[in-house]
Design a protein around this ligand. Structure first.
Ligand code: AMP
Ligand code: MG
Length: 501
């Protein structure tokens, strides 16, 4: 009996606002069927949030749908057009080369969410690519995006992952996979650049109105709504990138086509979490100049926002000079805004609930000690909570994180305790507050690699499942899982990540 998807299959009720935009915004294209799809995982929690039935998604018909073999009724598959600056250089011809949007659904909170297949075959934007994704990076995106979500950071999410039963040819033959990605939208800075480089003012306006209605509906009535759109995106991205820094996240490829207008983290390619604290850390094999290093991410966010501002200029004012000065006035507020978000989060990480002039120095001095002592970023903050008690100098575990003399560390701890004393909060309250913002478990690179290897080499997905469960409660001590919190073993060669889902 041929498989069939009835209307409303799995609770999917599409309402595709992007597909109603002018045809030049995208190309209608169906996924290319694959030989032999098999389920890796359906994200039950997310499915339920979207009002979908996870059991249906896991059924044979569901798996064929998640692999792109069956199109659910109401879907209007399309690949979005966009442009972007990659490593600082404009590339006019981007677009969804290995992704197809099935459509949009409205979640239980009335939020509109894109359902997109990543790795479903060629589209008109594939250029020389095959439009396919491979198993390792699909699992990696699943793990890391879930980790980010449960750390409280805005992100696209993984609804499901399936294997295709086909090989994908990179340097070697690798198992193919498809990720179902859920996002508030897939509108990027590069989507705006697409219309701007084509001098398509009408398209630009339609896109801006669509983005505004979707993500920032309260600014539509502003006097200059497009300037407010720039301001709103700037705020969302400043907040987002600051939150990355709070957990040691390095996106790795902050090209303008990978920066979402909604302020969600998107495009998990070469991303990774810091272990040893060093702001110059770069994991991506292609980022040779360190453009997207951990400590550069704030200034890169601003650079990218400047590309958004340039794209919006024709909508800001009829007089170009006026438009430029209005955009510049908005962007000039970025640094203060970003620093404010950064400082607020960092203050909480060291247990402060109020603000004082000297806090910035206190925080930067702690970071400097971490850098000098090559301390593990995540554990240094987490174990700091154990040092709150004044009678306790510092735990041996905490001291061991710093490869340095104890004296400067001890001096800093003393200053910090004096500062905490001004808060008037008891020790238990401070510790508890710190443990709610300093994760014990992050998606550590060596663990992620181990999990991918188990799946790739022995078809064993149990470690993947285990790690996902741990990352769902990153702030809670989970008995028997200490190895997930531990520092990586000393490695001879630095950790490297690669692009490409
Ligand atoms: P990314 O670096 O992942 O943001 O991708 C940059 C561009 O390359 C996007 O337009 C992708 O759609 C496209 N792309 C990446 N990998 C492939 C592939 N395997 N086949 C087709 N297009 C791809
Ligand atoms: Mg991309």
């Amino acid at each position: 009996m041929p498989l069939d998807l009835p209307p409303g299959f799995a609770g999917l009720r599409f309402d595709n606002s992007y597909a109603r935009l002018p045809e030049r915004f995208f190309s209608r294209v169906n996924p290319t069927p694959v030989a032999n799809p098999a389920l890796i995982k359906v994200n039950h929690t997310l499915a339920e949030e979207l009002g979908l039935n996870p059991q249906d998604l896991e059924s044979e018909a569901g798996v064929h749908m998640l692999a792109g073999n069956l199109i659910p009724p109401g879907a209007e598959p399309l690949a979005q057009a966009y442009t972007g600056h990659q490593f600082g250089y404009l590339n006019r011809q981007l677009g969804d080369g290995r992704a197809i949007l099935l459509g949009e659904v409205v979640d239980r909170q009335q939020g509109r969410r894109d359902i997109q297949l990543k790795g479903p075959g060629r589209t008109p934007y594939s250029r020389n690519g095959d439009g396919r994704a491979v198993l390792g990076p699909v699992m990696r995106e699943y793990l890391v995006s879930e980790a980010m979500h449960y750390l409280g950071i805005k992100t696209t999410r993984a609804l499901a992952a399936v294997t295709t039963g086909e090989w994908v040819y990179r340097e070697t033959a690798l198992p193919g996979a498809v990720l179902t990605r859920v996002a508030a939208s897939h509108i990027r800075i590069g989507t705006f650049e697409y219309f701007r480089v084509r001098d398509d003012k009408e398209g630009l306006k339609i896109l801006a109105d669509h983005a505004m209605e979707r993500h920032y509906p309260n600014i539509a009535s502003a006097q200059n709504p497009y300037l407010e759109l720039l301001r709103a995106v700037m705020d969302a991205q400043a907040k987002l990138v600051a939150s990355w820094l709070h957990v040691g996240f390095i996106h790795g490829v902050m090209n303008t086509d990978n920066m979402s207008i909604s302020g969600e983290t998107i495009d998990y390619g070469p991303c990774a979490f810091l272990d040893v604290y060093d702001p110059a850390t770069v994991f991506s094999s292609i980022d040779q100049g360190g453009r997207y290093a951990y400590g550069n991410q704030g200034s890169i966010a601003l650079w990218n926002l400047a590309r958004l501002a340039e794209s919006l200029l024709p909508l800001l004012h009829d007089d170009m000079n006026e438009a430029v000065s209005e955009a510049e006035a908005v962007l000039s507020g970025f640094s203060a805004l970003f620093n404010q978000y950064w400082l607020a989060g960092m203050s909480k990480k060291i247990g402060l609930a109020s603000e004082r002039e000297e806090d910035l120095q206190l925080i930067t001095d702690f970071l400097q000690l971490m850098r000098d002592g090559r301390a593990d970023f995540t554990l240094a903050f987490r174990l700091l909570a154990d040092c709150v008690a004044a009678q306790d100098e510092a735990s041996a575990e905490f001291r061991q994180l710093f490869d340095m003399e104890y004296e400067p560390l001890s001096a800093w701890l003393q200053r910090w305790r004096q500062r905490l004393a001004l808060e008037g909060r008891d020790e238990a309250t401070i510790c508890q507050a710190m443990n709610q913002v300093n994760p014990l478990y992050i998606a550590r690179n060596h663990q992620v690699e181990r999990i991918l290897a188990a799946a790739l080499e022995s078809g064993d997905y149990a470690p993947f499942e285990e790690m996902l469960q741990i990352l769902r409660r990153p702030f809670e001590v989970q008995p028997g899982k200490a190895h997930y919190a531990a520092r990586p073993p000393q490695m001879e060669t630095p950790y490297r990540t690669f692009c490409g889902t």
